[in-house]
Write a protein that binds this ligand. Structure first.
Ligand SMILES: C[S@@+](CC[C@H](N)C(=O)[O-])C[C@H]1O[C@@H](n2cnc3c(N)ncnc32)[C@H](O)[C@@H]1O
Length: 283
């Protein structure tokens, strides 16, 4: 039977459990896990170190520390991830939003912020919710093939109190012709070989559907470039996140399919990560 303990003892036990696991800063992560579990900030851990933690809460924290020590990503253990101005719920049903993807949203908002925006492969809903929060769109639609992902996006929609629509679809296949002013996607873009070689901290935990896209990593991207011509209105924009090693090929594919004003832009780490392209205004 566990006794109530002072917070400092609980966090110290967490730090010791995380030391030696694949954790860069065990003391900080123990505080982050406590903060997310109890709706506090990590800084409050120091302020409240003498506060008693009830026995049931000690047990709950022990099990969270144990999950982290066994390699589960911190965001899944904490149940939350930051994305731009949002704090979204995440679990193993969705990709953990990456900081690189925040730049995709900036690139979209710099080009188009009214009309209808479609976020294809929404996962946690982070892109669609950011577009709804920061743009002036009349309509934002979040699409995923995974019913599980859409359940997470729905929780985040309620949490953020933002009016996005959720649609289950295989990429753009069920979307109407000329329905988008902005078609935005961070699709799966790893090849099967790259996926097999991924660090286990990603491959063992995050959904394969969110990461891998055929033998060359381009299956979803190819389809978005192709069918996107049907879905995006004349003068509207396509914005895709991509793998830097294939940026040149994707740019050539877009130009070859008649997309205009094709540009490749770099992420915050200096790697070519985004394609922006415009549908001909007269088509
Ligand atoms: C790289 S994740 C991006 C998630 C989120 N937009 C983000 O940036 O964090 C790709 C998403 O695409 C979804 N997906 C994969 N294949 C799909 C398909 N054929 N149709 C619709 N969604 C798909 C996955 O379920 C996953 O949620």
């Amino acid at each position: 039977m566990t006794d109530a303990l002072p917070l400092r003892a609980v966090l110290d036990a967490g730090r010791r459990r995380l030391t030696g696991s694949d954790t860069a800063d065990p003391a900080r992560e123990a505080a982050v896990i406590w903060a997310h579990a109890f709706g506090r900030t990590p800084g409050e851990a120091a302020l409240e170190r003498d506060r008693a933690v009830a026995a049931a809460d000690v047990e709950r924290l022990r099990s969270l520390f144990e999950r982290r020590a066994r390699g589960e990503p911190l965001a899944y253990v904490a149940g939350r991830a930051g994305f731009r101005h949002l704090d979204v719920e995440v679990d193993r049903r969705v990709l953990i939003p990456r900081p690189e993807t925040e730049g995709l949203v900036s690139g979209v908002l710099g080009r188009v912020a009214t009309g209808t925006a479609l976020d294809v492969g929404t996962g946690s809903g982070c892109i669609a919710l950011s577009l709804a929060a920061e743009g002036g769109f009349e309509r934002v639609v979040a699409i995923d093939r995974s019913a599980d992902a859409l359940r997470v996006a729905d929780r985040n929609r309620r949490g953020a109190a933002l009016a996005i629509e959720l649609v289950r679809s295989d990429l753009t296949s069920s979307l109407a012709d000329r329905s988008a002013d902005a078609l935005v996607s961070n699709p799966p873009y790893l090849s099967e070989a790259e996926y097999a070689a991924l660090d286990r901290s990603v491959r063992d935990w995050e959904p394969a559907l969110a990461l891998v896209s055929g033998p060359d990593g381009l299956a979803a991207t190819r389809r978005l470039l192709d069918d996107g011509r049907r879905v995006v209105r004349g003068g509207g924009w396509l914005a895709l996140e991509l793998d830097a090693s294939r940026a040149g090929i994707v740019g050539e594919m877009a130009a070859g399919l008649g997309w205009q004003d094709v540009s490749l832009e770099s992420d915050l780490f200096g790697r070519e990560r985004y394609l922006f392209a415009r549908r001909s205004a007269t088509s």
